[in-house]
Design a protein around this ligand. Structure first.
Ligand SMILES: [Zn+2]
Length: 629
């Protein structure tokens, strides 16, 4: 998933340099918060869902086929939130409490039994701000993930063993008014005309997926097929077809690129994008793509690439626990850069620098990638951008051959299943041929990033020059970052690159050069995530193209907020503020020197601020407006 609704605020507390206490504290140990698993393995869900858009309710039935994972199973639970169960066949009793459906079997079952329950349920399916089941003026759709303490939101639509590690195959039978089209995971198994003004769309997914990837979406969709790759299709609002043709122009190339770099598309079914009102979410074979990004141009390719890549990272190799969600999101964010690399090395480095490293460094976040516990930490800049930076750095350390061979071995051994961070480390180390604990301890289990203090000095010695480089680390976090460091030494007619391992505080190294240095550039290849020399607080000019990150601050706001969008200074911005049902609540044109968003008169709530710069360069950010006191 990609939270295009930016959760960050403008202010980014800068670290005040200070000397670390020595010796170093050991790397922080991961806190595996294991969500409890029920003693069952679900094999298949067969869901029949009738949608009543007028009353915003569903009437549904779920056939759940499972095997016990322990002997003498009588009691277990499925998850189902805010929907009322009227009947369960094949059980002796059932009861509901909060988000649980407790079931008692008529007799103890063994691990060799295959059990089938039919659960009839109905009601108004719940929604959160982002995830859950939504009735929108144009679309009825279900988002499988939300930013709450249990992020799996399969239970917002159907009774299920709502854990990433219990994967199952699916059938969906979705009954809707015959003016609408219903899309779900997998491939179409046909449409039935019920002769009562409704149609039932049947979708089948034969391979297994986690419940958080299951979803349905219903709208007046036009179905477009990719002209190059017959596996790819697009479900777009019928009035947006022309824009869709422009916005999805490069998807076939992305698919080819990822198949080349990773492996053949690992799913037997279609791949598609489905236009929905908010956010992007990697539901298997039907990525939800935010409506405002279907705009006729390709400036959201990074987002399309991110979600497509989840079909390897997250959907096929799935994080076993939500606390390891970086195995999904960092890999997908890094895939954005892998896609940019298809245009060339400088495009790759530009993207790593401006769209991955800088947003993280500006976020002010200083917690570990694995070890985060709250939803806001799990879906954070640390998970998305720092994690992607870590993969970039790992690739520099181990080299392309070991990096991609490690990726491939990790994928081969965990595809259609789940994985832990330690699995990824194992396969990378195996290909690299050496331990990498030092790297993962500091970058994944440790917090923050290094801030370097560097001094250089040179003196002539006969016909040569002696260069002294002093390097220290001044970050406030307790982690010391051992890294190879590179310096580009430029002379009048010659250049030289110096590399050494920075493995201690106040380190000093000397080198003899056959020429007089004129300037020295630290980390010329952008191989380290550090705010030193990246100009994070400076008004640099990142390339436009809709990929720069817009920040709003303060956010949450009370009566006003300010837009900070690097690269658009001195540009006129067209602003539209949408509420979460997609209605425009305010339009504003900001003059070239104006970045002040006037929010007076808008009721408290959550909004999307859509900003368009000249050239149709566009960003959307979430803004929370608090009640004025
Ligand atoms: Zn994602």
């Amino acid at each position: 998933m990609q939270i295009i609704l930016i959760l960050l605020s403008l202010y980014s507390p800068r670290l005040s340099p200070m000397v670390l206490t020595r010796p170093l504290t050991p790397a922080i140990q991961p806190l595996y918060q294991e969500f409890e698993l029920e003693p069952i393995d679900v094999l298949h869900y067969d869901l029949s869902i009738t949608i009543d858009r007028e009353n915003e309710t569903i009437d549904a039935s779920a056939q759940v086929t499972f095997v016990p994972t322990e002997e003498n199973l009588t009691d277990f639970r499925l998850y189902l939130k805010d929907l009322t169960v009227s009947q369960v066949t094949g059980v002796s009793s059932f009861s509901q409490s909060e988000d649980s459906l407790f079931i008692t079997l008529p007799s103890p079952a063994s691990t060799s039994d295959t059990i089938e329950l039919v659960i009839d349920y109905a009601g108004a399916p719940p929604s959160e701000q982002w995830g859950g089941f939504h009735f929108h003026p144009y679309v009825t759709y279900h988002m499988g993930v939300g930013f709450v303490s249990d992020p799996s939101m399969g239970k917002y639509m159907f009774p299920c063993h709502d854990r990433p590690s219990d994967k199952a195959s699916f059938d969906f039978h979705i009954t809707v008014p015959d003016t609408l089209y219903a899309v779900a995971n997998g491939d179409s198994s046909g449409v039935t005309d019920n002769s009562d003004g409704t149609l039932t769309y049947h979708w089948t997914l034969e391979q297994e997926m986690s419940t958080y990837l299951a979803a349905i979406s219903v709208a007046d969709y036009a179905v477009l097929h990719d002209s190059t790759d017959s596996r790819i299709s697009y479900y777009v609002y019928s009035w947006d077809v022309e824009d869709a043709l422009g916005s999805f122009a490069n998807v076939d190339l992305m698919m080819a690129h990822f198949e080349d770099v990773y492996s053949p598309y690992p799913w037997d079914c279609k791949f598609s994008y489905v236009q929905t009102p908010i956010g992007d979410m990697e539901h298997l074979s039907q990525v939800y793509h935010i409506a405002s990004a279907v705009n006729g141009n390709t400036n959201y390719d990074w987002l399309l690439a991110h979600e497509l890549s989840h079909h390897w990272w997250g959907n096929c190799v799935t994080e076993r626990y939500w606390t390891e969600v970086w195995l999904s999101e960092s890999f997908a964010t890094y895939s954005e850069a892998i896609w940019m690399e298809s245009y060339g090395q400088s495009e790759y480095i530009d993207y790593i620098t401006n769209n991955i490293m800088k947003p993280y460094l500006n976020s002010g976040e200083l917690f570990p990638i694995v070890g985060a516990e709250t939803p806001s930490e799990l879906w954070s800049s640390t998970t998305y951008q720092k994690g992607a930076s870590v993969l970039h750095m790992l690739r520099q350390i181990v080299g392309d051959t070991a990096f991609f061979a490690g990726y491939a071995a990790y994928f081969d051994n965990h595809s259609y299943s789940t994985a832990l961070t330690t699995d990824f480390i194992y396969y990378i180390e195996s290909q690299y041929g050496d331990e990498l604990d030092w790297f993962f301890d500091q970058w994944v289990y440790g917090e923050g990033y290094p801030i370097y203090d560097i001094q250089t000095d040179w003196v002539q010695q006969g016909s040569d020059w002696q260069l002294t480089i002093g390097i220290d680390q001044t970050q406030t976090v307790s982690t010391f970052f051992t890294m190879p460091v590179e310096f580009l030494v430029q002379g009048a007619g010659s250049d030289s690159v110096i590399t050494f391992l920075n493995d201690s505080f106040d380190q000093e190294e000397t080198f003899i050069l056959p020429f007089e240095p004129v300037s020295i550039v630290f980390d010329p290849g952008t191989k380290i995530l550090t705010s030193s020399f990246l100009g994070v607080d400076e008004q640099t000019n990142p390339p436009l193209g809709g990929v720069g990150t817009m920040y709003l601050g303060p956010n949450p706001a009370t009566s006003n907020s300010t837009i900070n969008w690097l690269g658009t200074e001195n540009m006129v911005l067209e602003i539209k503020i949408y509420d979460l049902s997609g209605r425009i609540v305010q339009k504003q044109i900001l003059g070239s020197s104006e970045r002040h968003l006037n929010l007076s008169g808008i009721p408290a709530g959550t909004y999307l601020v859509d900003a368009v710069a000249p050239g149709n360069v566009r960003q959307t950010a979430r803004l929370v407006l608090l009640p004025s006191i």
